[in-house]
Ligand binder design. Structure first.
Ligand code: ADP
Ligand code: MG
Length: 412
């Protein structure tokens, strides 16, 4: 038999000493440049150690600004201190991107408070009121102060409304023996618009905004983790380049860490022991491609149809496309996906969203006596197979990409 294909890969040493230190779930012992945020949250939560109710909070900030890391850092310290001094403190972190219904959040909290398997609340099936009552009773039995963190809370609100928040933030009025405080975390600055005014004022007793990291702050964050790589494999220049590229996006620490990790993988792939700026650029392209692929696949159907209509022109060699042209092909694509076309006005909104996502640029241009119009240019790199991604993500799109279209381009 031939040599096992893993044989050579296993003896090859990688550039990683401890890859998990570059993973985004890893919380380091120190979080540079977040002292102010840590102390603001801690000053509020210290009330729990005194048996008082901390204010509810909302933490805002772009992705990778350290919201999740800072919160779990503070909660770990809180729990540790609480255990040390025998103050009854319970801490819970729920990611609402995964747990996105009111029932599941309540059931999860209720089950955290009980050890006996037979007493656990089932995954589904009970009326939500009953789950809420059980949770309340268990909190009363347990006593103490409970701090509940709802991370990426906008997912929960958009899917299931704000009833849960209303109930949770009313709970202190009903509890005798226990106290509850809620911390919501979101990337969406406009998120409170989805909340009822009462919920908004109760939850947002204290707001905290995490600003994006600067390039030099990202350098410090990366330098703290370079010991995850073989000594000598990474230079200051490479760290600075990763930091600069991530800062250009929006000061995202996750992006900076991913970039360093992917750069090490690129260097290793070609058998080099030192990471170079070339590897960083290759890694950046790969991350951008992966990210774009995910975003295209996740677009809602009509957004996909609009993107497809733009792509269909691009493929024919029409590189600057008007809104009217997009709309004509979009309507044909709707027929092939058995869906009713949205109005031209809505399509203009969908085009703006694609612009915001960086998939196209849409510039308003003046066309003399024909008035003003948008000129749309596709920016998705040609290495990304838009049709394939769409067809794989949504079976309906298979028909759309296979159909033929009549494209009438107005010459500019
Ligand atoms: P957010 O929740 O705001 O999207 P995260 O807290 O998940 O961001 O941070 C993204 C990644 O960057 C995580 O791996 C986290 O450990 C790391 N990180 C963020 N801020 C810092 C910091 N100040 N110091 C060290 N690592 C950080
Ligand atoms: Mg987060």
């Amino acid at each position: 038999m031939e040599e096992n294909i893993f044989e050579s890969m296993m003896v090859e040493s990688s550039l990683f000493l401890d890859k998990s230190r570059l993973h985004h779930t890893y919380v380091p012992e120190q979080l540079p440049h977040r002292d102010k945020e840590i102390s603001t949250i801690a000053h509020n939560l210290v009330e729990a150690l005194h048996g008082q109710i901390p204010s509810n909070m909302i933490l805002y900030g772009v992705t990778g600004a350290g919201k999740t890391a800072v919160t779990s850092f503070v909660l770990t310290h809180l729990q540790e201190k609480g255990d040390n001094i025998d103050a009854k403190v319970g801490t819970y972190v729920i990611n609402c991107r995964n747990i996105d219904t009111n029932y599941r959040v309540l059931a999860l909290l209720g089950n955290e408070l009980i050890d006996d398997e037979n007493e656990k609340i089932p995954f589904t099936g009970w009326p939500t009121d009953r789950v809420f009552d059980v949770l309340m009773r268990r909190m009363e039995d347990e006593g103490g102060v409970h701090v509940v963190v709802l991370d990426e809370i906008d997912y929960l609100i958009k899917k299931s409304g704000d009833d849960l928040l209303y109930n949770l933030t009313s709970l202190n009025g009903m509890l005798r023996n226990a106290r509850l405080s809620v911390i919501g975390i979101t990337n969406d600055l406009t998120f409170t618009e989805y909340l009822d005014a009462r919920v908004k004022s109760r939850l947002g007793q204290e707001d905290l905004i995490f600003s994006p990291y600067t390039a030099s702050q990202l350098q410090d964050i990366l330098n703290q983790r370079v010991d995850a790589l073989v000594p000598g494999s990474v230079s200051d220049g490479v760290v600075n380049l990763c930091a600069a590229m991530a800062a250009r996006e929006h000061g995202d620490a996750r992006r900076a860490l991913d970039l360093l990790r992917a750069s090490a993988e690129e260097a290793h792939r070609v058998g080099e022991e030192k990471i170079t700026p070339h590897h960083v650029r290759l890694a950046n392209n790969r991350l951008e491609r992966d990210q774009m692929t995910l975003v295209i696949g996740d677009l809602p159907l009509h957004q996909k149809l609009v993107l497809f209509a733009i792509y269909a022109h691009h493929r024919r060699g029409v590189k600057r496309i008007t809104t009217g042209e997009v709309y004509q092909v979009y309507k044909q694509a709707c027929r092939h996906s058995n869906s009713l076309p949205l109005t031209a006005r809505r399509i203009t909104d969908l085009i703006s969203t694609l612009d915001m996502l960086g998939m196209i640029t849409a510039q308003t241009v003046s066309r003399g006596r024909y008035g003003r119009s948008k000129e749309i240019v596709l920016c998705i790199p040609s290495s990304i197979d838009i049709e394939q991604i769409m067809a794989e993500a949504e079976p309906m799109m298979q028909n759309v990409v296979n159909a033929t279209y009549s494209i009438q381009s107005t010459l500019i």
